[in-house]
Ligand binder design. Structure first.
Ligand code: BES
Ligand code: MN
Ligand code: ZN
Length: 489
């Protein structure tokens, strides 16, 4: 992953600062007191740092912002970055400060003077997350050979901690790469190839092809992909880091590599955004990568349903009735409500095969969740208060927005069909809830389940704290933490 910065940690060496060629970043608490590194820089620059503090400008270096002095006299540095951060920051503030640096990083070397700051590894995580760029299709993109040296009080403690954090950043980068990739490149076949490559990390990866899906009776999933030349696939990723015989957590992702809407064709304006309709599968893939990289002591299985929703003479029509793997029949009222048709078969398969201790599905499922919650929070639906609050706590700790939504019989009633067991849409009202209600019909009694509707958070049009415009990787940090909180002892 060329995008990921690989930091080295070293003890503070004040005498190396003057000659460092590249960016030099330093941290100052809100009280304006300078640590040894900042004092050295201040002396070399004949008081430039003190002048920033005395001018009351530290405000401009807080909460994700940064003050940059370019080509400072008295040093070999190309730029001096001043970041306002307390010596004992909370983790999210430390990441935010790191993100400001990550955004500023350009090609070449950088030196962070972290001194005795308590959270150097969190700062590095923020920098690594925010330094992401998606450039494979830019013909003029330079390969950015970036290096980051962190001078801090306890490099031997910071280094292993940062290594575990960077496993999370690398997983999130993978999610972003997949989610940003256009649909002519990330076909169902290419997606499966990229997942198969993760076997090198110790995951076991199975690719189920159409004939097998047919044999299993996954007709609702196949009905979504049947209008496309790209073959539908289900990929199963096993991470067996826990005790043998312990049932896994199942993560399930919607992987619609492109959603035209099918015969219920979407309007042209904005349709290009539907390259991200595999975002749920992207998160599942990224989490599996993270778990493998950090050697998680838990059993987790990730399943993604990979299809393309296209109109054609053999595409599913509105009005068609399809039998799911579970055996329930679905009247397809709108072929654009396809995600639930993919997920319901994969969810059923996961429960039949693995009897998981819990099941979490992620999907860019409804436009209605974007209307309801915008780009700040994913919609959280669950049949299990304990699992749900564990997830909400994990999301809060990681700074990923998540908001619980209701489920209930009255919403389920909206799915009644005249001719089949259910319709695939409920109507205009509560579109995200009826979508979740549809999925819940495929959750067995006794399976703790969470559905995450990530349509608003998977990809954004203005930058967030830890991500540039485009795919965010929302969910990788929270789910990695949830696995750690609940299943690793
Ligand atoms: N993939 C879309 C949902 C979506 C919308 C994702 C915006 C990301 C951003 C989904 O398949 C869809 O088309 N949903 C329909 C459902 C409707 C037909 C009941 C929608 O939300 O309009
Ligand atoms: Mn759709
Ligand atoms: Zn879709």
């Amino acid at each position: 992953m060329p995008n990921l910065i690989a930091p080295t940690f070293a003890a503070v060496d004040l005498d190396a600062i003057a000659a460092f060629e590249g960016r030099v970043a330093l941290l100052i608490g809100a009280d304006g007191k300078l640590d040894a590194g900042a004092r050295r820089v201040n002396r070399l620059t004949k008081g430039a740092i003190a002048r920033v503090v005395e001018a009351g400008k530290l405000e401009d270096a807080k909460a994700g912002k940064i003050i940059t002095l370019n080509y400072p006299a008295g040093m070999a540095a190309t730029a001096l970055d001043i970041i306002c951060l307390e010596r004992r920051p909370d983790a999210l503030d430390a990441r935010k400060a790191g993100a400001a640096l990550g955004k500023a990083l350009d090609k070449g070397a950088a030196l962070l003077l972290a001194g005795s700051n308590a959270k150097p590894a969190q700062i590095v995580l923020g920098a690594a997350m925010r330094a992401y760029e998606f450039t494979p299709h830019k013909s003029d993109a330079e390969v950015k050979a970036r290096s980051l040296t962190v001078m801090c009080a306890k490099p031997e403690e910071a280094e292993p901690e940062a290594r575990a954090f960077l496993a999370v950043a690398e997983g999130a980068h993978m999610t972003r790469d997949l989610t940003n990739e256009p649909a002519n490149v990330l076909t169902t076949t290419e997606f499966a190839i990229r997942l198969k490559e993760m076997e090198s990390l110790g995951l076991v990866v199975e690719v189920l092809e159409e004939a097998e899906l047919e044999r299993l009776g996954m007709r609702t999933l196949l009905s979504v992909g049947q209008g496309s030349d790209s073959p539908s696939k289900v990929v199963v990723m096993h991470w067996n880091g826990g005790e043998k015989g312990v049932k896994p957590l199942a993560l399930i992702g919607k992987g619609v590599v492109f959603d035209t809407g099918g015969i219920s064709l979407k309007p042209a304006a904005g349709m290009e955004d539907m390259t991200m309709d595999m975002g749920g599968a992207g998160v599942v893939s990224g989490v599996m990568r993270t778990l493998a990289l950090r050697g998680a002591k838990a059993n987790v299985v990730g399943l993604v349903g990979l299809v393309e929703n296209m109109p054609s003479s053999n595409a599913t029509r509105p009005g068609d009735v399809i039998k799911s793997m579970k055996g329930d029949t679905v009247e397809v009222i709108n072929t654009d409500a396809e995600g639930r048709l993919v997920l319901c078969d994969v969810m059923w398969y996961a429960q039949e095969r693995f009897a998981p201790v819990g099941m979490i599905d992620l999907a860019t499922l409804t436009g209605a969740i974007v209307v309801g919650l915008g780009h700040e929070n994913a919609g959280v639906f669950s049949n299990d208060d304990a699992l749900c609050s564990a997830f909400l706590n994990a999301a809060k700790a990681e700074g990923e927005g998540a908001w619980r939504m209701p489920l209930g019989q009255a919403y389920d009633d909206l799915l009644k069909s005249r001719i089949a067991d259910m319709k695939n849409i409920g109507g205009r009202a509560a579109g995200s809830v009826t979508a979740a209600q549809f999925l819940q019909r495929f959750v067995k009694d006794g399976t703790p389940w969470i559905h995450l509707d990530i349509a608003g958070v998977a990809s954004v049009k203005s930058e967030t704290t830890l991500a540039p415009v485009g795919a965010t990787g929302w969910g990788v940090m929270s789910l990695s933490r949830l696995v750690q909180d609940l299943y690793e002892h």
